[in-house]
Design a binder for this molecule. Structure first.
Ligand SMILES: Cc1cc2nc3c(=O)[nH]c(=O)nc-3n(C[C@H](O)[C@H](O)[C@H](O)COP(=O)(O)O)c2cc1C
Length: 420
């Protein structure tokens, strides 16, 4: 089975007799972990009802471009931004012509123009239609633009002919889609990632925590797996499903997270610390529930271990990526963290009221990131956390390929000696 954890697949269904096969495809995509939204052409609706796809995908079908209500619900640009990939299956001969010409008179064509994501097409048509010079010319034009063609297969056709033009089976389509996301840039590497908040107990029922949702860390874990890494995800309490092929270790407090990191970091080439670990914990953890007798209550706090700084100090040959969630002075704090903890990369994002207008917040599905390393930096523009995670992993893989682990270790020994 191919893994498409959290991938946003925009499935375009067009007017082919194979449209009924797209129903199975939706089910299989969801089983593989993808979120699916279906766009139907007018032609497609003559073959299968939108209700079928609504029931199978769990979301309303999109079928209209010039409809004020549909635009108000999830406009075509928003839908284009939502997608990680557009898959047209089945793709009719007419839809190939539409896409080759760049027409936007139906929603699907407009989305393909508006989206800056890979386009995969699984054609389905009579063998003569497929072999026709006009269709072949359209295929050539689209392939030249980088469109991924999946099939068609040969065999018996709905019209009784035998030949090339059958839509590829769901298994093959899933396989090829999965390959689109598999970069292999971290093949053979072990990556340890922390994610989510920690909870610092005050008494048996109360704790101090923060608003981290863990979404960014989980998206990075999925992206690292796609890049071929073995991923260990050390997670605070979150309500997120574990991405496929990720080994997850659940922890609650900062101390537990520290222990779990120590237990797994030895063989890691890369450590990515996205978790919002509590900086302070109560000095005393009451064994019984604190009663509300007093008008004021003072709780004494003590510092927790800085896990990221600890890892870099003890395992200098591990490529360490830190996260800085700041309400203000983003660049200054991020660069300070990079230098002070001797990190290899820092990823900064804005949180709090200032962030809500422009970028994502802790619980949002989108974000905007500023990435810094010793020799430079770049901004990853506002996008879904899944998309950002893939961009970030590509950047980590690139910087990691230039990383000299032995020199990092030696430099660290020199630095530690200077401190002594
Ligand atoms: C019964 C029937 C089956 C059809 N099957 C196909 C097909 O498998 N592939 C195809 O390219 N066109 C097929 N067509 C023609 C398309 O439905 C027609 O070109 C339509 O305009 C496509 O619309 P769309 O590309 O906007 O979805 C079929 C038509 C009929 C009446």
């Amino acid at each position: 089975m191919q893994y498409l954890s959290n991938k946003h697949v925009l499935l375009g269904v067009t007017g082919s007799i194979a449209a009924y096969k797209a129903a199975d495809l939706v089910r299989r995509l969801r089983e593989a972990g993808a979120e699916v939204r279906v766009v139907m052409t007018e032609g497609a609706k003559a073959f299968v009802t939108p209700l079928t796809f609504q029931a199978l995908s769990g979301t309303p079908v999109h079928d209209s471009l010039l409809d004020t209500e549909a635009e108000a619900a999830m406009g075509h640009i928003e839908l284009a931004r939502w997608a990680d990939v557009i898959l047209v299956a089945p793709a009719s001969a007419n839809s190939l012509a539409t896409l080759a010409q760049g027409r936007a008179d139906e929603l699907l064509g407009a989305l393909c123009l508006a989206a800056d994501v890979p386009l995969a097409i699984a054609p389905a048509m009579n063998r003569q239609m497929w072999a026709d010079a006009a269709t072949q010319e359209n295929v050539r034009v689209l392939a030249q633009r980088g469109v991924l063609f999946i099939g068609p297969d040969s065999g018996e056709q709905a019209c009784g002919d035998v030949g090339e033009g059958r839509m590829s089976d769901s298994e093959t389509i899933l396989q090829r889609l999965g390959e689109l996301f598999s970069t292999g840039s971290l093949a053979g590497q072990t990556v340890v990632i922390t994610a989510g908040p920690t909870r610092e107990a005050l008494d048996p029922v109360r704790y101090l925590s923060n608003r981290s949702s863990g979404k960014m860390g989980y998206a990075i874990a999925a992206a690292a797996v796609e890049a071929g890494a073995r991923v260990i995800l050390i997670s605070g309490p979150v309500s997120l499903a574990t991405p496929q092929r990720v080994s997850r270790v659940d922890v609650e407090s900062a101390a537990e997270m520290e222990e779990a990191v120590k237990a797994h970091i030895e063989n890691a080439a890369i450590f990515i610390a996205t978790a919002a670990v509590a900086d302070y914990r109560p000095v005393l953890q009451q064994q019984q529930k604190i009663k509300k007798h007093e008008a004021r209550l003072t709780i004494e706090l003590e510092k927790t271990t800085d896990i990221l700084a600890m890892v870099k100090a003890q395992y200098a040959s591990t490529f360490c990526v830190g996260f800085a969630a700041e309400t203000h002075e983003l660049e200054q704090y991020a660069l300070g963290k990079l230098e002070k903890k001797r990190l290899d990369m820092v990823v900064a994002n804005r949180v709090g009221p200032a962030a809500e207008k422009t970028a994502g917040t802790f619980n949002s599905d989108s974000n905007e990131l500023h990435v810094y390393w010793k020799e430079g930096g770049l901004k990853l523009e506002l996008a879904s956390k899944n998309k950002l995670a893939r961009q970030l992993i590509a950047l980590v893989a690139q910087r990691f390929s230039l990383f000299d682990a032995t020199a990092a270790k030696d430099n660290n020994v020199i630095a530690m000696n200077k401190i002594k």
